[in-house]
Design a protein around this ligand. Structure first.
Ligand code: GLP
Length: 254
């Protein structure tokens, strides 16, 4: 795993956006695995900025999002489809039928998950998967205990994830209890993985993800087995790693 130090959220976002931008420039038909949450917002902003300057073109690229709440679709402002539209897609030039998010309104879980897996495989898999990390080590919505061999499936959200995501809803009772998520297998099949993390609240879990024993109770630990993972994190998110294993980090300031 390559760990890149960024001094703050802005610098993390710029570094991560650089990696995505390079991917799309080298292969304009790239399939990007995209994520939601607070972590990638700055990355999307930076990419929009470069798009506006004419430095990046998404017209031949594809995107598949990691997850979606069951019961919500793009007409709901809490859905991940809406998040992607409002924070990224509407500002850049992906072709409409080149972007995919699981359909939360399809309540037939088996049908929806099979449909989504087929989309990913018909696209030839994911070239670069962007990932945030949950406080409990979840990736996508693969909660602690997630089976490593699963593809897209329906999950029950963990109580602490509902609590963490309640900030986007009026009250925590409004947070859907279920979601569709790409499985660990879809994520691990991506050719490259880019993990971003910011803030002190991620410091311990990031250390655990990189150096902890690989186990389903901390899903992000599986990333240790992928051969092309880059972590871009800010000083706060890296503070536990810096304290315990300073040599693990590239470009640590003197
Ligand atoms: C959600 C998403 C994850 C995301 C995580 C962390 O639960 N399903 O994909 O990585 O939150 O979010 P944040 O970046 O806001 O800390």
């Amino acid at each position: 795993m390559k760990i890149i130090y960024a001094k703050d959220y802005e610098s993390m976002s710029r570094n991560a956006a650089n990696i995505i931008s390079a991917q799309v420039i080298i292969n304009p038909k790239s399939v990007l695995g995209l994520a939601t949450g607070s972590s990638p917002l700055g990355v999307y902003k930076q990419l929009i900025d470069w798009y506006n300057k004419g430095d990046i073109d998404f017209s031949s690229a594809y995107s598949v999002n990691l997850d979606e709440y069951v019961g919500l679709d793009s007409s709901s402002d809490q859905s991940y489809a809406y998040f992607m539209e409002q924070n990224f897609f509407k500002y850049i030039n992906f072709q409409k039928d080149h972007t995919f998010v699981p359909n939360g309104k399809n309540l037939d879980a088996q049908n929806e998950c099979a449909r989504y897996n087929k989309i990913i495989s018909d696209l030839g898999g994911i070239d670069l998967q962007l990932l945030g990390i949950g406080h409990n080590g979840h990736i996508g919505f693969n909660e602690p205990g997630a089976a490593f061999e699963k593809e897209t499936h329906q999950i029950q959200l963990a109580p602490d994830t509902i609590e963490a995501n309640a900030r986007f809803f009026e009250k925590s009772e409004d947070v859907p209890q279920k979601a569709y998520t790409m499985g660990i297998k879809n994520i691990m099949n991506a050719k490259k993985i880019l993990v971003i993390a910011s803030g002190l609240a991620k410091a311990d879990i990031l250390y655990e993800a990189v150096f902890g024993a690989i186990r389903p109770s901390v899903p992000a630990t599986i990333l240790q087995l992928h051969n092309d993972v880059t972590i871009v994190a800010d000083a706060d998110a890296l503070s536990t790693i810096i304290a315990k294993v300073p040599n693990a980090i590239e470009r640590l300031p003197k």
